[in-house]
Design a protein around this ligand. Sequence first.
Ligand SMILES: NC(=O)c1ccc[n+]([C@@H]2O[C@H](COP(=O)([O-])OP(=O)(O)OC[C@H]3O[C@@H](n4cnc5c(N)ncnc54)[C@H](OP(=O)(O)O)[C@@H]3O)[C@@H](O)[C@H]2O)c1
Length: 211
Amino acid sequence: MKIGVIGIRNVGSALGRGWLKTGHQVMFGVRDISDPKVKELLTIGGVSAAAGTTKEAAAFSEVLVLSVPWSAARSVIEDAGNLSGKIVLDVTNPLAPDLSGLVVGHETSAGEMVAGWAIGAFVVKIFNTTGASNMENPIFHGCSLTMPYCGDDQEAKATAAKLAEDIGFSPIDVGPLKQARLLEPLAMLWISMAYGGYGQAFAFQMIKRQP
Ligand SMILES: NC(=O)c1ccc[n+]([C@@H]2O[C@H](COP(=O)([O-])OP(=O)(O)OC[C@H]3O[C@@H](n4cnc5c(N)ncnc54)[C@H](OP(=O)(O)O)[C@@H]3O)[C@@H](O)[C@H]2O)c1
């Protein structure tokens, strides 16, 4: 698939590298094309990788990944231009600047706000509930990590699930986009535990009893 990834730090580079390794074409949307990180990603990706502005990456993409800080999400979506008909994967968590909690919640979610800004796009909330290092390697004890996702469009969700599988996750559909109101606090729990002493090499896993 043609995937645009906006943001090239922890999450953007982990996901982008994973998809480049599994045969996808990735265009990174960057603020500074001369950033050494851009060069590194282009070297890894070879002919399958490219970099440009947010607008160029969005225009290139069938699937656009929003991997920027929550504070930048709205302006990045505005910069992206027309997203109608595209799938947008929202990985953001609406964190307070000091990571003490979420600045959005209960009656809405970042995922739903992204859907409100990205007019006509099919938004799926995914990849927000675990750390970027687990996106690099989602295999624990030989098992693929659970990756919950939610959205209102079945086709977009199927695409998101396939992209999660491609990089080693076990995706689970947790319902409509408003379930992002639950996935974002789950991410906050992970973050508080990671900073509270567990470090980043852990994850939440769904285990199901066979009927
Ligand atoms: N870190 C994690 O483990 C993790 C896990 C799950 C979800 N998340 C969520 O995923 C998102 C990204 O996290 P991260 O840790 O990768 O963030 P990060 O390290 O802060 O990187 C953010 C990226 O967004 C880019 N960016 C910021 N403002 C921008 C703008 N106005 N236009 C274009 N690009 C812009 C930055 O560009 P520059 O490179 O030019 O600075 C950078 O590449 C956040 O919402 C976070 O809450 C993070």
